[in-house]
Design a binder for this molecule. Sequence first.
Ligand code: NAD
Length: 344
Amino acid sequence: MTQNMQGALIGCGFFAQNHMNAWGALDGAEIVAVCDLDLAKAKAMAARFGIARVYDSPEELFRNETLDFVDVVTTVDSHLPLVKLASSHAKTVICQKPFAETMADAQAMVDAAKDAGAHLIVHENFRWQKPFLDMKALIEEGVIGPPHFAHFSFRHGYDNYVNQPYLAEIERFAIMDVGLHLFDVARHFMGEAASLSCSTQSLNPAVRGEDAFTALMKMETGATCICDCSFYSKFSPEPFPNTAAVIEGSEGTLHLDRYNQLTVHSTSGAVTRNADAEVPDWGAKPWHCVQDSVMNFQRHAIDVMNGRAEPHPSGEDNLKTMTLALAAYDAAEQAKTVDIASCV
Ligand code: NAD
């Protein structure tokens, strides 16, 4: 029997609970140490998941542990030093999104991993969500022909600020939080963007940054793509945290509604199927589709560690997603269409 890859998780906050549950459910990797600057949080995580070794200092963690991989689940401001440190101590480094706040920081992490010969994988889980895996397979089967239009839409009124209070305080919010996911999915399905325009809105007075945006992209293929997001929309039932999508091709259209029902339109009619994920044993609605995608992503990370796959997405790939997010701010602030080639 091959030994599990040994990993450490850094950042024992809200979303890391999903990471720990998923690592625990998968074969091939295990978390052997956890770390958080807040020792009480690290201890609570260790107690909940039966982890023997607990740290409140990443430096001490790396001095004491021999690791195959590191899972960085902290908020963005700490990513650069942690990814640099992790790259020199483990062959695989996973970093949560947003990867960085600036291109310089993102590039520095990519360079550090490359210099150290480590795989750097960005935890972009939307492309690993069950409905998007189904849609990708249908497109690869040629069911709708080459896509010429896509729309990815994440709109809800769920109170995110209870679990993630920092979201109400950051200056750059909707684009850097969910926009990055949507741009990653857009690139995954539609290729690279040639130009981008964007409009932002600040709807909830209790929230500091923009809490809604609409971005329009012309893709290099000539296709049109829209990404939009709102944290202040009223739907019933509440669709959070689902993404709706439409992808049109020459032979048909895929329509994913806000409740994960997927309709395939073709010349012979329309067929609707349930594309929702199962609720993981450890999970709960309404988070199940995201929780399932965390497992899909981590299963992929184990494949990367074993040389069976290349990172999806790698840090290097994520530079292009970051470029779109930062271009969206420029486009909105200056009310202009940004030529993406001029950003690189
Ligand atoms: P959180 O604030 O609840 O947890 C972050 C933890 O990291 C805190 O406990 C903090 O003490 C710790 N920390 C910060 N700097 C550290 C350092 N240098 N060393 C060790 N520990 C440190 O945040 P969260 O809501 O769990 O979010 C974490 C990340 O996950 C964010 O980047 C967020 O955007 C991302 N996230 C992703 C998804 C997704 O679907 N992919 C969903 C939610 C959150």
